[in-house]
Structure formats: C-alpha cells, structure tokens
Design a protein around this ligand. Structure first.
Ligand SMILES: CCCCCCCCCCCCC/C=C/C(=O)SCCNC(=O)CCNC(=O)[C@H](O)C(C)(C)COP(=O)(O)OP(=O)(O)OC[C@H]1O[C@@H](n2cnc3c(N)ncnc32)[C@H](O)[C@@H]1OP(=O)(O)O
Length: 360
C-alpha cells in the first residue's frame, strides 16, 4: 500500500487549533504528539487518492498541550489541539513555508479581531449568567435600585436647576451674572453637595461598584471649596471664579446622573454614555484649575482675617494662618486630580475596550 498525504485544513482561536483532515471512513487512526511538538497523523481511509494509508507530520509554531481530541466521521477527521499559551499565532507551522497539503479552513476561519470578539461575547454571556444568578439571590435589589434611582433623580434635578439658572442669567446679564452666582445658586449647591456625601457611603454599603477613594476625593475636594473657601469667606462669594467652578461642576453632573438613572433601570443610551465617559477629559482639569484659582484668591483673605488660624505659643508668633494649610491643600488637589483622572480613564477604557485589527 502506498503512503500518501491527505488534504488538511486548519483554523485557530486564541486557545485552540482546529484541523480537518479530508479522509472519509478513516480507520486505524494513530494521532499523537511527538516530543518535538510535532503532530504525527497516520490512518487508513478514503482520501484524494482513493483507499490508502495516509499520513502527515506538522511541527507547530508554538508549544501545544499533549492531550489531542479527535473525531472521525464518514466524511472527515476533526482534530482539536489546545495551545500551551492562549495567544494568536502568525501561522500554524514552525517552518515558514506552508506545506502543500495544508490550507485554511474557511468554514471555521476567523481573523484575530473576530476571534477576540467571539471570546468577548462568550465572556459577556458567562458574566451575564453569573450576574443574573446573583441578582436573583438579592431580595433587596428592587429597594436598592429604587433608592439609587431617586438619589440620582434628585441630584439631576438639583444640578439642572443650577445649570439652567446660570445659563439663563448669563444670556440675560452677560458677564455681570458672574458676580452673584453664589447668592443665586449656593443654597441648591449646598443641598446637592451635602447629598453627595452619600456617594462615599454607597460604595461602602456595596450599593454601587464605584471605588471608595475616587468618590471620597471628589466629594471632599468639592466640599472644601464650597464650604470652606466660598461658604466661610464673604469676600470670595462675589468673585467670578464661583461662576466657573459651579458651571464646570454642574455641566458634568447633568450628564452623569441621568446616565446612572438609566443604569438603574438597565438601559443605556449611547450618546449619554459617551458624554459621561468623555466630558470629564476637558472638564476635570478645568474644574481643578478653577478650584485652584479660588484657593489662591482666598489665601490673602485668610491671612488678613485670621479665620481658622491655628493659635501658637507666644515664642512661635501669634498664630499660624490657615493659608499655609491651603497651600498644602493645593498640592494635594493636583495629586487628587491625578488619581481621579487615572480612575476615570480606566473606567472609560473598561467601557470602550479598543480592539486593534491585525492583518495576517
Ligand atoms: C482621602 C481624601 C482626600 C481628599 C483630598 C481632596 C483632593 C481633591 C482633589 C480633586 C478635586 C476634584 C474636584 C472636582 C472637580 C470637578 O468635579 S470638575 C468637573 C468635572 N468632574 C468630573 O468629571 C468628575 C465627575 N465625578 C465622577 O465621575 C465620580 O464622582 C467619580 C467617583 C470620580 C468616578 O465615578 P465612578 O462611579 O467610579 O465611575 P462610573 O463608571 O460612573 O461608575 C462605576 C459603576 O458604578 C455605577 N454607579 C456609580 N454611581 C452610581 C449611582 N449613583 N447610581 C447608580 N449606579 C452608580 C455605575 O453605573 C457603574 O456601573 P457599571 O456601568 O455597571 O460598571
């Protein structure tokens, strides 16, 4: 009996190799992995050259696992081999020149990005099932969602009121509106920012997946500006910087809270999601710069009024001005900006995982 080579078709996924050997009614199959990472195939069957013994060897590009699954049908032999490491191969064999008997299996063929998408879809399906099973177990889920929805709604209404009020006043009064932003909107801002303390408590109670520290930095950072700089210094209250700080805060929040509201009812509006995960890129640095300006403007006022100054023993002088604490705070502010910027960048990437298409 002559020994011949069958036609072999191949395709891959990140973790597996699929081979289809064109051999019908194959018998006496001998498929094994040799020590040099070479698959040895030998069988009798009906191939391109009729009934014969067919064999081939394939030395793989990268290590594969020794367990080989195979199934012989009336039409073909299907072989599945697991890769040692889950990664995309540039080709099947170690030798660069493709053996003549080997060709892509276009029924199974996917390029890397399509295979990634397939993998991701599988992972998403699994995580959805696990979330659903967890969800079913939580008897207070409705209550939690209801509370979060109401919280987000109240914040949305509060910040919308501030935003609309400031915008209308800006259109009617122009730059003059800058000077009394505080007197017209501070009460609502106090209310919203006091409520925002719940954003630090919510992750602690496990109600949302937000990190505790980013929320803490955000809420503390804003409340220092609102209550300590603007709230306690009347001299600051009619400065234009109040306008910029309040406008930047409210611009992001009129998108962030409705995004959360939709998340509570399991809905996603693409444009809103994009705005939630993109607007912070210009707004956050601008917000921190506006806050830094407010802090810097307040330094001479604290020096003059001695408000919150720390009494010192007579030998060390009269008292330590609060402006020193604020100068230290200025440094912490930019550190806080860095931490939250990184956090928001990660959240954005999590949402929009980029997939590079590679050509083979
Ligand atoms: C230790 C303290 C030190 C203090 C030091 C202070 C230093 C201060 C320096 C910094 C100063 C900052 C001052 C602020 C300035 C400004 O705000 S400028 C204007 C622009 N600002 C922004 O863009 C920031 C807006 N804020 C935020 O985005 C958040 O507050 C955040 C905490 C910074 C990040 O949000 P996070 O919740 O982590 O991300 P998300 O992806 O949105 O949410 C994660 C998941 O959780 C769900 N979720 C979160 N909250 C809710 C909610 N209220 N209701 C329902 N669901 C919620 C959300 O849906 C996500 O779920 P999944 O989609 O399923 O993942």
């Amino acid at each position: 009996m002559q020994i011949l080579t069958p036609h072999v078709y191949w395709a891959q996924r990140h973790g597996e190799i699929y081979l289809r050997v064109e051999l019908s009614d194959a018998k006496n199959l001998d498929i094994r992995l040799q020590e040099n990472n070479t698959l040895q195939f030998r069988a009798q069957g009906h191939g391109a050259k009729g009934d014969n013994e067919y064999k081939f060897n394939l030395e793989f590009l990268e290590p594969v696992r020794p367990e080989i699954e195979h199934k012989s049908t009336q039409r073909q032999v299907d072989i599945k081999i697991k890769k040692q490491e889950e990664r995309w191969w540039d080709r099947l064999t170690l030798q660069e020149k493709k053996p003549l008997f080997l060709a892509p299996d276009f029924d199974r063929w996917l390029d890397e990005s399509d295979a990634e998408m397939e993998l991701q879809a599988k992972e998403e399906k699994i995580s959805k099932i696990s979330v659903e099973s967890r969800v079913r177990k939580d008897p207070y889920l409705g209550l939690k969602k209801g509370y979060l929805f109401m919280y987000n709604l109240v914040q949305f209404l509060g910040f919308s009121w501030i935003f609309v009020n400031m915008t209308v006043r800006l259109f009617i009064l122009g730059q003059d509106s800058f000077y009394d932003t505080f007197h017209t909107t501070a009460d609502m801002m106090y209310f919203c920012q006091m409520m925002a303390v719940l954003e630090v408590i919510n992750p602690l109670l496990g109600l949302v997946k937000t990190g505790f520290f980013p929320a803490m930095i955000q809420v503390t950072g804003r409340n220092v500006i609102l209550f300590v700089i603007f709230g306690s210094l009347e001299e600051m209250q009619n400065k234009p910087v109040v306008f910029f700080v309040f406008y930047l805060w409210s611009t992001i929040e009129i998108f962030r809270y409705p995004f959360y509201m939709l998340a509570c009812i399991g809905t996603d509006w693409k444009l809103l999601t994009w705005l939630r995960y993109s607007l912070w890129i210009p707004l956050y640095p601008l917000g921190v710069v506006a806050e830094a300006v407010a802090v810097i403007q307040s330094l001479p006022i604290f020096d003059e009024t001695r408000l919150f100054s720390l009494p010192l023993p007579a030998v060390l002088g009269h008292s330590l001005s609060f402006s020193y604490t604020l100068q230290l705070y200025l440094v912490i502010m930019f550190l806080g900006l860095f931490i939250n910027f990184r956090h928001l960048y990660k959240q954005r990437r999590r949402r929009y995982r980029s997939r590079k298409r590679k050509v083979h």
